[in-house]
Design a protein around this ligand. Structure first.
Ligand code: PLP
Length: 365
């Protein structure tokens, strides 16, 4: 089974001989409130769109995004999830020598290698809470790289780098003609830290965005990329036709229009993440890392009664999935990631973890 990603509910359910709906998935980090109610209405109301090819330019979706972000439509390209654009980028930008800040999402590396590029790692460490020291990145860039990839907030560590720090890095990279790809798939939870407006002055920045996480549309596939108009034009020229389907385009438009849902989601996430982290921290053999996204990175500490794999299997017996982090570059076997889900589900998970790890007792009550 492909274990590079969370959210593999179909494969797991097949293996267990159960329905995917019988699983409680903490491995994919999707807005626990689900998608906007306007999406359901849009999908029903626009089912005739299936009879036609989708708008190849995704005009309405891009126009809506432009209004939402207060950017020009010429600065945005839409795709079949941000994954399509991750794979399009190295084919168009032709980056040969690439620096990845790791541990991080695995598809950057796959896409670069498939396009013939060579990957180098800039490692962040547990000792420094997986934060990046900008001066160290800048020093490394002096060695000469075509591109630098930074995921912000980072998957799986949850580390959120401030806009100011990233801007400094992007500016220095610009002077060295280094392209900077910033994956802001999870930035909707703190939009103020997005580097989107910096694309106006810094033409070396490409910002990946997604409708998958915050707007909870993983099965429809909807993503986009923000960059200088000249860069967007080149990407459009190389993009395959009709990659973003018609229903995803409608759902994207309606999601962005639902201001009430957006506010509710932001508020819910803040309180739910706080409560989940606080509950997990009380379990003595867990170390919970600070997160700027809708998931938490957790380390299983000695003397835990079992390994992360053991914990994964025990939870799976209860039809709960967590994300083991051993497939992330340099992470080792003792980390796992869990999504912030509904408050009642989070409470239930905390209870199960206490039972498995402490036999139901907790040192801190
Ligand atoms: C950091 C990051 N970027 C991009 C993606 C891909 O998202 P999409 O569904 O938009 O293709 C993921 C999916 O897990 C992710 O974690």
């Amino acid at each position: 089974m492909n274990n590079k990603h969370g959210g593999t509910i179909y494969a797991i359910a097949r293996q267990m001989g159960i329905k995917p709906s019988e699983l409680l998935d903490f491995s994919a980090s999707i807005n626990p409130l689900g998608f906007s109610p306007r999406v359901k209405r849009a999908l029903r109301g626009h089912d005739d769109a299936i009879l036609h090819y989708p708008d190849q330019e995704a005009h309405d979706f891009i126009r809506e995004l432009a209004g939402y972000h207060r950017l020009s439509a010429a600065n945005i390209i839409a795709g079949n999830g941000s994954t399509e654009l991750i794979f399009l980028l190295p084919r168009v930008v032709k980056t040969k020598k690439v620096l990845l800040v790791v541990p991080t999402f695995s598809e950057y590396e796959s896409s670069i290698r498939k396009a013939g590029g060579k990957v180098f790692y800039f490692r962040t460490t547990e000792e420094e809470q997986f934060s990046i020291q900008p001066q160290d990145v800048l020093k490394e860039l002096q060695k000469g790289y075509d591109a630098l990839y930074i995921c912000n907030p980072n998957n799986p560590t949850g580390v959120l780098i401030s806009k100011e720090v990233l801007k400094d890095i992007a500016q220095s990279a610009w002077q060295r003609s280094t392209t900077v790809i910033i994956d802001e798939t999870f930035i909707d939870f703190d939009e103020s830290q997005s580097l989107k407006y910096e694309t106006k002055e810094l033409e070396n920045i490409y910002i990946l965005r997604s409708m998958t996480k915050f707007f909870a549309l993983p099965g429809l596939r909807a993503g986009y990329l923000i960059s200088a108009a000249g860069n967007i034009k080149k990407l459009r020229e190389q993009q395959e036709p009709w990659t973003m389907n018609a229903l995803a385009q409608h759902a994207g438009v309606e999601s962005l229009r639902d201001k009430d849902y957006i506010q509710r989601s932001l508020h819910y996430m803040k309180t739910a993440r706080h409560e989940l982290a606080a509950g997990l921290q009380r379990i003595f053999c867990l170390k919970v890392f600070a997160s700027g996204a809708n998931y938490l990175l957790i380390k299983l500490l000695e003397p835990a009664p079992l390994s992360v794999s053991g914990l994964y299997n025990k939870l799976l017996e209860e039809r709960i999935i967590i994300r083991k982090c051993n497939t992330f570059q340099g992470m080792g076997d003792s980390f796992f990631r869990i999504a912030v889900r509904k408050k009642s589900e989070n409470k239930m998970l905390i209870g199960k973890l206490r039972k498995i790890l402490e036999g139901g007792k907790s040192v801190n009550g």
